[in-house]
Design a protein. Structure first.
Length: 293
């Protein structure tokens, strides 16, 4: 998926080697655009928006894949839908995507301090030590989770397309012609990636939590929940800051933690996957150009 100034585009290759496109024009809602201009608030709005749009595009890819496999929908009265499918029908794919993100974020926020409290509750008197251990546990859980899901064929293929997207963007930013041969020369890693944002939420969280104290484990959990929007907002600003500094020799290292995580969330794509990514990117550029006319 590529997000342009006016349109989001996803491309999927069909069995007959043709490419299907899913095109979603950007809808500019006044109050949302206003929030996107406010530092720290814009990060929260951006993440929610990205979760909603990402769910829509993944749903398109899944439906296209199902069609290619020859799966036919049974009559409604005979359909045995999954729980997720029923929820999606009621709330809509975009809303389910946002709820899934929020649920995952809450789990990832609450489980590490619980593990740290159980294993190391009496290890430190200073709460900063507990915060550091909590952050370390988050990193371990995150890396382990991404590694194990990447072993499945479906997720590995998704990560290959993720790498192809990064290659295409890097090639475009370098000003080279977008051919498969040219694009394949570039790295699968890119500074402006959501994977970097995930790492920064862990690192920034450790710092922010250190400014607050708690007396009980319940207070610690409640504190984490309340501070979650703050962590997301600050992490987004840190990500923007590191992107601005990526061309400065010394300061560019600030973005390296995110790049290291991308070693797991991106895989080397094959030529056919790069071809699909190029087609998606070119279609996005074409639609943006048409919208400006």
């Amino acid at each position: 998926m590529f997000a342009g100034l006016k349109t989001h585009v996803t491309a999927v290759r069909r069995k007959d080697n043709s490419i299907a496109y899913f095109e979603v024009p950007k809808k500019e809602i006044g109050w949302v655009q206003a929030l996107k201009k406010i530092p720290f608030i814009r990060g929260i709005v951006g993440i929610v928006e990205a979760s909603a749009k990402g769910a829509q595009h993944l749903n398109f890819s899944a439906e296209t894949f199902a069609e290619e496999q020859g799966e036919e929908q049974a009559p409604k009265e005979e359909q045995k839908e999954s729980f997720t499918g029923k929820i999606s029908m009621i709330l809509g794919v975009a809303v389910v995507g946002v709820l899934s993100f929020l649920f995952g974020k809450f789990i990832f926020t609450l489980v590490p301090p619980t593990i740290e409290q159980v294993l190391f509750g009496n290890l430190f008197v200073n709460q900063i030590g507990h915060n550091l251990l909590e952050g370390l546990i988050k990193i371990i859980l995150l890396v382990a989770y991404i590694y194990f899901i990447s072993l499945t064929p479906m997720i590995r293929r998704l990560f290959q397309y993720h790498g192809a997207e990064h290659k295409v963007i890097s090639a475009y930013e370098a000003g080279v012609e977008l051919t498969v041969a040219n694009v394949q020369k570039f790295s699968t890693l890119h500074y402006r990636c959501g994977s970097s944002f995930i790492v920064f939420t862990v690192l920034v969280g450790v710092i922010i939590y250190s400014f607050f104290t708690y007396d009980t484990f319940v207070q610690r959990i409640v504190q984490r929940i309340i501070l979650l929007p703050v962590v997301i907002g600050v992490s987004y600003e840190v990500l923007r800051f590191t992107n601005l500094l990526r061309d400065i020799p010394v300061l560019r290292y600030l973005g390296y933690p995110g790049l290291w995580l991308q070693l797991l969330t991106t895989k080397q794509p094959d030529d056919s996957q790069v071809e699909v990514s190029i087609a998606s990117f070119n279609r996005m550029l074409e639609l943006d150009k048409q919208a400006r006319v």
